[in-house]
Design a binder for this molecule. Structure first.
Ligand SMILES: [Zn+2]
Ligand SMILES: [Zn+2]
Length: 334
């Protein structure tokens, strides 16, 4: 099969790889229908990388497909069934998993990052991470389930209440998903800070009341948010200082974006004085079922987030469109 493989040091290549086969009793083989490219993939391919990954790994972790084979111990999935996959299978046995915090699992090995993922015609996943999905949602919308499940976890951490004000930094796919979910949860106003006009338009299409550039926020903050924001989301990965400045008394900050190169100086006293709560969150925590229901019901209009649907051979082009900001979400159909 053809596969998009991370070769290390910023390089991605389309290579021939053998199709995965059942080797463990809980293995599930899935024919990939659609796989989104994530900001994490862009970070992996940056030099120096903003996120670690194992060279030689097939990339792609936001995917849906149909089961083509199951191991001997798999009883609740059948061949032909449409499914999505938690790309961060939790071990269920470590101290974090046993404490009810699977997002902190000590034995994570993400598909598409540290073991082969779904930018290929077929992918193997452990049955415990595979979730049935109806045939109803279009493939490019269903491919948003994985990032949406991560965003639902972040939203849960913020304990959003109706009528609370929100600022989202960054209108990439994650910032736009936070905007859509918080809008549905009754947040108002939602201010999205984004320098790129194309991406800002997507944020407005999925629920932002106002979009501003970082410079405009500095000028209009007192007018838009006289008491500061109740919830501030960093969907960029380096903006904790701006989040602290933007949060109001008792505000909650969600640090979702990941950039391991970022080490911003922090005005710590403001966290103390305002009584802020800072939540670090990036993957799922029992939130796949909720994300699947949100997608299957169509309660969120997420179509504006998907900019392009491309074949596997054009993966590098899609990643470049994400890096330059001309695309929001690129979905590959291997
Ligand atoms: Zn992702
Ligand atoms: Zn664990």
């Amino acid at each position: 099969m053809r596969a998009a493989v991370f070769q290390g040091n910023g390089r991605l290549a389309i290579e021939d790889r053998p199709e995965p086969v059942i080797t463990a009793p809980d293995d599930v083989i899935i024919a990939v229908e659609a796989c989104g490219i994530c900001g994490t993939d862009v970070q992996i391919l940056n030099v120096p990388p903003g996120h670690p990954a194992t060279p030689g790994t097939i990339m792609g972790h936001e995917f849906i497909g149909h089961v083509t084979a199951v191991g001997s111990a798999v009883s609740d999935l059948r061949v032909g069934q449409r499914v999505t996959v938690d790309a961060d299978p939790k071990c269920g046995a470590c101290t974090s998993c046993r404490a009810g915090r699977p997002a902190n699992c000590l034995n994570l090995s993400a598909l598409g990052i540290f073991r082969d993922g779904a930018l290929a015609s077929h992918v193997k996943a452990p049955a415990g991470a595979v979730y049935p999905l109806s045939e109803k949602p279009p493939r490019e919308i269903a491919a948003l389930i994985e990032p949406l499940a991560c965003v639902v976890n972040g939203t849960n951490r913020a304990a959003a209440r109706p009528g609370e004000s929100v600022v989202v930094f960054g209108a990439g796919p994650i910032g736009c998903l936070f905007t859509a979910v918080l809008k549905a949860a009754g947040a108002t106003p939602i201010v999205v800070v984004e320098p790129n006009a194309t991406r800002a338009a997507v944020a407005r299409a999925v629920g932002a009341d106002v979009t501003v550039t970082p410079d405009e926020l500095a000028v209009r903050r007192a007018e838009l948010l006289p008491e500061g924001a109740d919830i501030v989301v960093d969907a960029v990965g380096s903006l904790l200082p701006a989040c602290i400045e933007t949060a109001g008394m008792g505000g909650r900050i969600i640090l979702f974006g990941m950039n391991s190169n970022a080490r911003p100086p922090v005005h710590q006293v403001e966290i103390t004085e305002k009584g802020l709560t800072v939540h670090g969150t990036y993957i799922t925590n029992f939130t796949f079922p909720a994300a699947i229901r949100l997608i299957e019901s169509g309660v969120l209009d997420l179509a504006p987030i998907v900019s392009e649907v491309l074949p596997l051979e054009r993966t590098a082009e899609g990643i470049e469109h994400l890096r330059t900001g001309q695309a929001t979400k690129v979905v590959i159909t291997p």
